[in-house]
Ligand binder design. Sequence first.
Ligand code: SAH
Ligand code: SF4
Length: 400
Amino acid sequence: MTQAATNAAPASAPITQDVLTIPRKLPETGRVNIIGLTREELREALIAAGTPEKQARMRVGQIWQWVYHWGLRDFAQMTNLAKDYRALLAQAFDISLPEIVTRQVSADGTRKYLLRIAGGHEVETVYIPEETRGTLCISSQVGCTLTCSFCHTGTQKLVRNLTAGEIVGQVMVARDDLGEWPQPGAPRDETRLVSNVVLMGMGEPLYNFDNVRNAMKVVMDGEGISLSRRRITLSTSGIVPEIAKTAEEIGCLLAVSFHATTDETRDRLVPVNKKWNIEKLLGALREYPRLSNSERITFEYVMLDGVNDSDDDARRLLRLIRGIPAKINLIPFNEWPGAPYKRSSWERIESFADIVHKAGYASPIRTPRGEDIMAACGQLKSATERGRKSRAEIAAEARA
Ligand code: SAH
Ligand code: SF4
């Protein structure tokens, strides 16, 4: 079997959520990292460390506030806890975030962080400031099992799932870097720098469902980082069995990497389509707004020159999504070294957008951000990871 075929595992054997998940205890210290534990998990961990059961709920609330509201990293400073209890916590727990290896700032203000996580692996997180808000694009896996032929991350094998702590940690690292934690005594500042989170970085979030769900529970919790579920968008390539679960257990907004209007083309661009084709995917998407009580689904559509960008494609797309509350996000293809596609011309993109717009759909064209630092959609990849596919493999997949 070729490497590429091995890499295309999901078509035949989808990885389960607990595969490749590392244990919670930090290997370096033997202590449990608090970051990313849900309230219930934290409660259990506190009891296991010697907290009397009757007090555990209250202690969770106190620690939670220090960590997620104030951004504190040191148990010794948690002044509403008894001194010897703080010492007990410091013995059993850590408050530990991924480490920033590099931080690049683009000419347009976009910031790309390369973060090191346990095992020496690296992931990327991108902060995109806009006039009235700021979006943080976070990763859910190191690499990806899927092999979308236009995606840079797809050229990197899956190394492992991120833990919930590593997912929440990306949000906290960005808030640290932007200086976004509230200052005690200072008037509450309601303008948020990280006002939105999109799960659109490296990896397929629905192949790491439990960790993504738990992380989002922490991020959405009203006593901490407190981002509403409507400010979180999860993007999936179309892992159909997990879509209803996303609605029920996370309830965030959904984006789907649609990218093609026939199974033939989608098989080639998003190979997981061979397992869950357009019809099956649309079936799950039709149910999503009702199950999650949310609004429109975002259909992401990468514009690839001569591949999926004709006026006929635009019209077919409209027929397919009829009846689904939708917004269509056109993404000009972001090129990367060795990519087997070209970006559609602006005239083509505008013509496609026009057809969609006239049919009554919002059809924003996603302005590429941070291209100068390779931070744009689909350009993320940890350059240090080994196990890359060769150019020949990428080209062969694109032709297949
Ligand atoms: N795995 C998830 C989320 C990460 S990708 C998914 O596939 O949805 C985030 C978005 O960027 C997806 O819509 C993806 O298809 C798109 N994308 C990937 N590579 C791209 C590229 N080179 N240019 C433009 N968009 C790309
Ligand atoms: Fe993975 Fe998404 Fe890239 Fe496809 S587009 S390879 S699912 S990260």
